[in-house]
Design a protein around this ligand. Structure first.
Ligand SMILES: Cc1cc2nc3c(=O)[nH]c(=O)nc-3n(C[C@H](O)[C@H](O)[C@H](O)COP(=O)(O)OP(=O)(O)OC[C@H]3O[C@@H](n4cnc5c(N)ncnc54)[C@H](O)[C@@H]3O)c2cc1C
Length: 431
């Protein structure tokens, strides 16, 4: 197909899933026309780095996810600042916010997730209230911090994005309160012990932690936020509020398209949606979670990249199967490196291997079910976490070397030769 707005492959999105799909398509089809349309105006960038950019740990030069000439080299027609608003599956076209349309042979929806904005009284239209999921958000926050010389902030949400936001603000010498609805931070990915260590690190940095709480209203002075009121009635002074309670796919795009979705777009092992020739990958998709045994979005970058690759191969006529997601979080809690993988809270019958040194801030925990590793937490010492992630992903029976798992010497050489080869070849390691 070759006409101005008609593409053999149309890709919506310009991030981990989309970029990896484009690479996979071009590796198999050098001629087919590829059009890539994305809402954000930036060249493809590494979303996980936006908080580090705000905190000054990286500079703008580090942000590119691929070199600037990437799309030119791969002969991809790119339109940035183009928001898709509808898909006509039968007519094989996509509508955009500016009224234009584009036609496709194969379509990939890789539009990611959108930040959840809780309805908080007084927050709409008040300056200084931010979500933090895009580079544009980072720029707006940077500008606001400098212009208003921000010295105190409240972060709502003690998950991955909340803690990364908090770390950035602390690096900017902004005094922070962290408000979390659960009784502890990182409650979804950590166990009690791990959360306690993280909280001790936050306390050391002077973070005012408010658990079992939420922000119920925002007060302003002259249109700018000056404080928030919490559910328990306490008032916390704040010149900035970051809403970081999670992301979820924005599925409005699918309305009337017949593409099935629940919490994300439903996909099969080929990453194809319920409509032929229409694929989805990344945070927007709901693929099989291996440990849960059910489909759900797992919004992390390595998952988006792998799903994008699988979708791209299949779109270009190849055969690739997505072998399922395993949730993983790697976050530095104010200088304390942490990684959690899979199911970290054991059930009756599970075996747990644990090592704890509170003084040193070190915690290592492995959860084993039916002789297979199903989850792990590493705090303070994250070396070799990649090997454990591989063992979890690949559901390796660990009974033969279980005694070695917690030893300092445990490494690739402790594994059976056959599995070692698999890991070294690359497919077993995700971190
Ligand atoms: C602050 C922050 C920190 C993170 N840290 C980590 C981390 O440490 N480790 C980790 O693994 N993951 C991390 N993540 C998650 C990771 O960034 C995502 O899982 C990953 O970026 C998902 O990639 P994606 O391609 O599915 O979608 P996204 O990166 O969300 O990109 C979506 C793309 O689609 C475009 N788009 C959206 N809607 C439309 C539309 N209607 N029409 C056209 N284009 C559209 C957007 O402009 C964008 O190009 C973090 C996320 C955030 C926000």
């Amino acid at each position: 197909m070759k006409s101005e707005n008609t593409y053999d492959y149309l890709v919506l999105g310009n991030s981990a899933a989309a970029v990896n799909a484009v690479e996979a398509i071009r590796a198999r089809d050098v001629r087919g026309s590829i059009g890539l349309f994305a809402r954000e105006a930036e060249h493809a960038y590494s979303r996980p780095l936006i908080t580090y950019l705000l905190g000054g740990a990286v500079d703008e030069g580090r942000m590119d996810y691929r070199p600037r000439d990437f799309y030119r080299r791969l002969d991809v027609q790119v339109r940035l600042g183009a928001e898709a608003t509808g898909v006509d599956a039968a007519g094989r076209t996509v509508r955009f916010a500016d009224g234009s349309t584009a036609a496709f042979g194969k379509l990939l929806i890789a539009t990611g997730g959108a930040p959840i904005r809780p309805p908080i009284e007084g927050s709409e239209g008040t300056a200084g209230v931010f979500t933090f999921t895009t580079w544009a958000d980072q720029r707006a926050m940077e500008e606001y911090i400098v212009r208003h010389n921000v010295s105190k902030a409240v972060v709502l949400g003690g998950g991955l994005i909340g803690l990364k936001s908090l770390e950035a603000l602390l690096a900017r010498k902004v005094k922070c309160a962290l408000v979390e609805l659960a009784d502890r931070v990182l409650a979804i990915t950590f166990d009690q012990q791990a959360s306690q260590l993280a909280q001790a690190a936050l306390a050391k940095m002077g973070v005012d932690l408010r658990t079992n709480n939420t922000v119920s209203s925002v007060q302003n002075q002259g249109g700018r936020i000056c404080s928030v009121t919490l559910k328990d009635g306490s008032v916390v002074p704040a010149e900035m509020l970051i809403l970081a309670i999670g992301v979820r796919p924005d599925l409005a795009l699918l309305e009337g398209s017949g593409i099935k979705a629940d919490r994300g777009i439903a996909v099969d092992e080929q990453m194809q949606t319920s409509q032929p020739d229409i694929y989805a990958a990344g945070d927007v998709a709901e693929a099989m979670d291996n440990l849960l045994g059910a489909p759900r979005p797992v919004p992390i970058l390595p998952v988006a990249a792998r799903q994008g690759r699988v979708a791209g191969v299949n779109m270009a006529g190849g055969q690739a199967k997505y072998d399922g997601s395993v949730a993983m979080n790697a976050v530095d809690v104010v200088g304390l490196p942490t990684i959690s993988v899979g199911i970290t809270v054991e059930q009756e019958g599970d075996q747990v291997l644990r090592e704890l040194d509170v003084k040193a801030g070190v915690y290592r925990k492995l959860v084993i079910r039916d002789e297979r590793l199903i989850g792990a937490i590493f705090i303070g010492q994250i070396q070799r976490a990649g090997i454990f992630t591989g063992l979890i992903r690949n559901r390796v029976n660990v009974s033969a070397f279980k005694d070695l798992l917690m030893s300092d010497q445990f490494g690739l050489l402790s594994l059976p030769a056959e599995y070692r080869a698999h890991m070294v070849a690359g497919s077993g390691i995700e971190v």
